[in-house]
Design a protein around this ligand. Structure first.
Ligand code: FAD
Length: 302
């Protein structure tokens, strides 16, 4: 059996594997896609100490760094079940069962997509999901935020300070964000809020130049000219496979304490799959280190 088995090979998992391996204990890491969300990211400008890098490059560096230690790296492997007996047992899609004294769950999350024409084509070419990451790219330009929940309205307020104009599009007749956020939003003079509208398509040549939406009252289809669209209709943690084993919030985020421990002894979690407040690369890496140190602490006491 392993001492530490890391499930998920994004920034959180890579960090956990390196911190565990540096303790000289038996470490394994398995991932469906080694590298995680950075594989889909173009420019990264907020990875502190690195002025600019690109996601695929960072993903390759994560793998190289992990492999510089004696870690069992199992790529293109998907975990489908976790059970705690004497050891923690992780079942893979191929039928194998891996055993470990401790496990670090770092399966990340995925942004819910609209599923409309243009969305795939213009990813990283005007379509964005993270205001902290991509806001400055749209300085002085017109953008839209799709989604009137807390994350959408927080993004709209944040972006209004950076871009020329923000249009918020919400499918329902009312915004769902907290009242304080709505009050703040309506106090800004470069924001327009459209409710009861359905975003239909995103257009452009090389980059986004417009968005079509339908007024759900009149069924009229209208066009907005803009340079960017932030889609904030929900971040879904990749934790469906933990149903019934590890405690999660109503939104499916794994509940962790300050050591990264879950409710199951020996099972730790880190990164975007947890109930951490903010989801960023540097935060995921920090929590991966925390979870590995937490797991090591558990091992020396058991
Ligand atoms: P992830 O990166 O999601 O990695 C999860 C890992 O788990 C992957 O290896 C995945 O294949 C694996 N996995 C999932 N389910 C299973 C399973 N059942 N079995 C086995 N493996 C599994 N953050 C920034 O700080 N700066 C940025 O500029 C930035 N830009 C972004 C741009 C885009 C387009 C996106 C999508 C995100 C961006 N982020 C950015 C957010 C950042 O990428 C995430 O916060 C970070 O990657 C989270 O790391 P993680 O390791 O927790 O999860």
């Amino acid at each position: 059996p392993y001492d530490v088995l890391v499930v998920g090979g994004g920034p959180a998992g890579a960090s956990a594997a390196i911190y565990a391996a540096r303790k000289g204990i038996r470490t394994g890491i398995l991932a469906e896609k080694f590298g995680g969300q950075p594989l889909e990211t173009l420019g990264i400008e907020n990875f502190i100490g690195t002025t600019y890098t690109e996601g695929p490059k960072l993903a390759a560096q994560l793998e190289e760094h992990v492999k510089s230690y004696p870690v069992d790296v199992m790529k293109t492997q998907k975990a489908i079940k976790l059970a705690k007996n004497e050891l923690v047992e992780v079942t893979l899609e191929n039928g194998a069962v891996l055993q470990s004294k401790t496990v670090v769950l770092s399966t990340g999350a995925r942004w819910r997509s609209l599923g409309i024409p243009g969305e795939e084509t213009f990813k990283n070419k005007g379509i964005a999901y993270c205001p902290h990451c991509d806001g400055p790219l749209f300085a002085g330009k017109k953008i839209a935020v799709v989604g009137g929940g807390n994350s959408g309205i927080e993004a709209a307020i944040d972006l209004a300070g950076v871009v020329e104009h923000v249009t918020v599009l919400e499918f329902l007749p009312e915004l769902k964000a907290d009242k304080v956020l709505q009050d703040k939003l309506y106090s800004l003079d470069n924001v327009t809020v459209l409710t009861n509208v359905e975003t239909k398509a995103i257009y452009g040549q090389d980059k986004v130049d417009s968005l079509a939406y339908m007024d759900r009252d009149t069924q009229e289809v209208l066009t907005l000219e803009l340079a960017g669209v932030f889609i904030l209709i929900g971040l879904v943690p990749n934790t469906e496979w933990l149903e019934g084993s590890v405690d999660r919030t109503a939104r499916g985020e794994i509940i962790v304490d300050k050591q990264g421990a879950t409710n199951l002894p020996g099972v730790y979690a880190a990164g975007d799959c947890t109930d951490s407040v903010y989801k960023q690369i540097i935060i995921a890496m920090g929590s991966g280190a925390t979870a590995a140190l937490g797991a090591f602490d558990y091992i020396i006491r058991h």
